[in-house]
Design a protein around this ligand. Sequence first.
Ligand SMILES: NC(=O)c1ccc[n+]([C@@H]2O[C@H](COP(=O)([O-])OP(=O)(O)OC[C@H]3O[C@@H](n4cnc5c(N)ncnc54)[C@H](OP(=O)(O)O)[C@@H]3O)[C@@H](O)[C@H]2O)c1
Length: 258
Amino acid sequence: MSSKSLEGKVALVTGASRGLGRAIAERLGREGATVAVHYGKNREAADEVVGTIKAAGGDAFAVQAEIGSVKSIGEMFATLDKELTARTGAARFDILVNNAGIAPNLPMEETDEETFDRLFDVNVKGLFFVTKQAIGRLRDGGRIINISSGLSRAVGGMNIPAYSATKGAVDVLTRQWAVAYGGRGITVNSLAPGAIDTDMNAGWLRGNAESEAMITSMQALKRIGKAEDIGDAAVFLAGPDSRWVTGQYIEASGGSLI
Ligand SMILES: NC(=O)c1ccc[n+]([C@@H]2O[C@H](COP(=O)([O-])OP(=O)(O)OC[C@H]3O[C@@H](n4cnc5c(N)ncnc54)[C@H](OP(=O)(O)O)[C@@H]3O)[C@@H](O)[C@H]2O)c1
């Protein structure tokens, strides 16, 4: 018998070409899941992730969509259906990780209408319509993991209200969907990272001693989070051991602002 917890399962991870999505996709792949690696603009990076998963003995393929566009999401699912049918005989899957997102770190005074709309288009509308398309394709007993943020719970010194509000909306959708699809055994949870060293934060966090000190001063665990910390946490929510956990906000933040 295989000791891999996700053997035979199929996952779609959005925003898997880089950062947290990449770490999640690679970890799900190592657990035996076939992974659809979604990307937006970085085909090369997505291909690299597919290559890494395959090199570790797993299976993966890349799918593209502009997550802010419902039309583009529809086109991605048409491709996904073809790929899944060719590989598994059915256009069905088991695990959806809604991870793709953007974070222009702006205070209210510097947030214009275009930035606000773009944030909600990608982080909320996109996540909503990806899930709308996914729900009929997800097998009973499936998993939905919505990547939220510690900022939907606690502000700390982070003055970025529009971004934080998108993640509050994500948490509301988590609870709505947990109730709506619980009858099918589908669990839906928000996984909320604290500040993690990814491209998203490269401009203000990476290699900046002052920012690192500010972040670690808020955390119980005294280091900057890594993408792998989130990939490992996601495996629990994607796998069989989390079967009785749904509608929850689960923070993986090194104990930020407890
Ligand atoms: N890093 C953190 O500290 C942190 C903390 C809390 C929550 N989060 C959340 O975690 C998620 C991932 O963050 P990250 O740090 O890994 O970000 P990242 O390094 O900037 O990577 C973002 C990923 O999302 C994709 N993406 C972004 N906008 C897209 C769009 N409009 N259409 C399609 N794909 C799009 C990118 O694809 P391409 O590169 O292919 O375009 C990329 O794969 C986000 O939802 C973010 O809000 C991050």
